[in-house]
Write a protein that binds this ligand. Structure first.
Ligand code: HSE
Length: 313
């Protein structure tokens, strides 16, 4: 059946899981971006509407992640028609919640539906990465979980690099997103260009422990591994006021591990129950509010579905 309009949803994601810089990410239940994509006879991609971005996203399709990703797919299949995109941002920009990945994925998932679904969701990865690369280079640790849901290892940027990992039974999350913009490119520039062999051994060991702990469902070992990062988070902490205090408050409330969501400033706490996640979210929020930094907090879990087509006509 041929469709000319498709509506899709793409979830928030958090990348890195502490020690897994650029290779680990998970999808979050709840928040996300929505888009309505429609074929048009003219070859261009236009935005008929963008909401929820406070006017900050570029309307120029050559500069907008949703359009660049859709263009990559249109060109790949040799489709001559263009698109009209209505994009509804549910995710704050530059927040560490995978906003750019969601923009890329939501338009590509909808377009794939219009094309008759020639690609599996995993096969859509390269098109989404074309858009994501506009803001933060080629890494798939947000795009892959956004497409597929769950916790994903993606040690590369090709489809066969995607490896879904098991989700432990007791795996709840508390998140706080302070109203501080941390652009991904700034948070990447601040990283060390070289690490010592000793650090490299520690870092790779922690990633291996993390993957092993997920397979065994061992939350204590998982938490220790997540917090084993000696390279990325220590370099970025200075970009995030109250980071140390919020982290300590989450631990005090019972969180098992706390890590920076992607490039930040979202802080994400792993908790063994929904009740602890609620308490950790409130405790982190209280720290930012006491410092007069507005923030949003949430207790949530891992979304296991990934992006979905909501409607097609
Ligand atoms: N892995 C990326 C980073 C995620 O931490 O820079 C943000 O795009």
């Amino acid at each position: 059946m041929a469709f000319s309009i498709a509506e899709a949803f793409a979830p928030a994601t958090v990348a890195n899981l502490g020690v897994g810089f650029d290779i680990l990410g998970l999808a979050l239940q709840g928040m996300g971006d929505r888009a309505i994509v429609e074929f048009q006879d003219a070859p261009e991609i236009i935005f008929s509407e963008i909401r929820g971005d406070d006017g900050k996203l570029p309307r120029d399709p050559a500069l907008n992640i949703a359009a660049v990703s859709a263009r990559a797919l249109l060109d790949h299949v040799g489709e001559a028609r263009g698109l009209s995109i209505r994009l509804f941002k549910g995710l704050p920009l530059s927040s560490g919640l995978g906003s750019s990945a969601a923009s890329a994925v939501v338009s590509v998932i909808a377009l794939n539906k219009l094309l008759g679904e020639p690609f599996t969701r995993a096969q859509l990865l390269p098109f989404c990465l074309e858009g994501e690369a506009l803001v933060s280079g080629y890494h798939a640790d947000n795009v892959a979980p956004c497409l597929l849901g769950g916790i994903i290892l993606v040690a590369g940027t090709t489809v066969n690099a995607i490896q879904p990992l098991p989700l432990p039974d007791q795996f709840h999350l508390a998140l706080v997103t302070p109203d501080i913009a941390v652009p991904t490119d700034s948070a990447r520039k601040i990283l060390p260009k070289h690490v010592t062999l000793k650090t490299m051994i520690h870092q790779t060991g922690a990633v291996a422990k993390l993957v092993d702990a997920l397979h065994r469902g061992d939350l204590a070992a998982l938490s220790q591994a997540i917090e084993g990062d000696r390279v990325v988070e220590p370099a970025r902490a200075c970009l995030m006021p109250m980071h140390r205090e919020a982290r300590a408050a989450a631990k005090q409330a019972g969180a098992a591990a706390v890590f920076i969501g992607g490039a930040g400033p979202t802080l994400c706490a792993v908790c063994e129950s929904a009740v602890i996640a609620e308490m950790a979210a409130s405790a982190m929020q209280a720290q930012y509010l006491a410092a007069n930094i507005p923030c949003m907090s949430q207790a949530t879990g891992v979304d296991q579905c990934g992006a979905v087509v909501l409607n097609a006509y």
